[in-house]
Ligand binder design. Structure first.
Ligand code: ZN
Length: 280
């Protein structure tokens, strides 16, 4: 099943260009917003695949974030070996670095993003995991049972803020307005060719910058959910930006950062594509 946030309403997709309204089709049982759907995910995930309704056209410009107001949004650092190597940090052994992606930075899949004036903004293509069932101290190996689905995200990072000061500011450096785009829709794990091994790549103005597979994660999706739940309680609709493969710009020689007017296109196999245009 694929579920979109179309102008604030949850819509089940029947193909890339059409779908039907969840609230109307369920006579008010689920929705109207996508966040309302996550609150009743277990019942919804049984109802949804059998449901149908009057067709609505899906316009790209109407698509909003897959989880616009999560109770919590997490970012995971250093979760791919080649990215660990290029960034110069040590390899995490027990827990990866975890930081907040503050809610006001969340944006839809095709929004224009204003670059931080005088900043150094970089790309980080990431698989975004959306929680569907509350999780606290869950059993080993049961992480996927708490996941509603996945979507495509960018953990856009302003490197000066991120790395400035006596201690790094990962949360703030990655939470400027529009710096947490996600979409174009939620895809349930059963729709994926292999939920633990998906091609992930991004292109800046047509040049391939990152090219990895989610199977290269040091801590896979199930482990991340399990590890986070050992400490915090995960709520339906919570999102986890699960880390980026190698190929970011600020560690290149010379550094390559996003410039006004450029377009960033990010794709995950079996999930979809998002696109950001940047202004200065
Ligand atoms: Zn990241």
């Amino acid at each position: 099943m694929r579920l979109a946030n179309l102008d604030g309403r949850a819509v089940i997709l029947t193909d890339d260009a059409s779908g039907f309204d969840v609230f109307d089709a369920s006579a008010g049982r689920f929705g109207p917003s996508i966040q309302d759907v996550y609150e009743k995910w277990e019942a919804f995930s049984e109802w949804g695949p059998e449901a149908s309704g009057p067709a609505i056209a899906i316009e790209e410009s109407q698509l909003g974030p897959v989880s616009p107001r999560p109770f919590q949004a997490f970012g995971i650092g250093l979760n791919y070996d080649e990215h660990v190597a290029e960034s110069g940090f040590g390899r995490p052994e027990k827990l990866p670095p975890v930081f907040p992606k503050f809610q006001s930075s969340i944006a839809g899949p095709f929004e224009t993003v204003e670059l931080v004036p005088g900043g150094r903004t970089d790309w980080e293509a990431e698989l975004v995991v959306v929680i569907g069932r509350m999780a606290h101290r869950i059993a080993e190996g049961s992480g996927w049972d708490h996941v509603a689905g996945v979507t495509v995200g960018q953990d856009l990072s302003e490197r000066t803020t991120q790395l400035d000061g006596p201690a790094p500011q990962f949360g703030l450096g990655k939470s400027f307005p529009g710096y947490s785009p996600q979409g174009p829709w939620l895809v349930t794990p059963d729709e994926l060719p292999d939920r633990d091994d998906l091609a992930i790549f991004c292109e800046l103005d047509g040049e391939r910058m990152q090219d990895g597979r989610t199977s290269q994660m040091i801590f896979d999706v199930a482990t991340l959910v399990e590890q986070l739940s050992a400490i915090v309680t995960l709520h339906p609709g919570d999102v986890i930006y699960s880390g980026t493969p190698s190929g970011v710009g600020f560690v290149r020689e010379p550094a390559r950062l996003i410039r006004p007017g450029e377009t960033l296109v990010t794709t995950i196999e079996g999930v979809g594509t998002i696109r950001q245009v940047f202004t200065g």
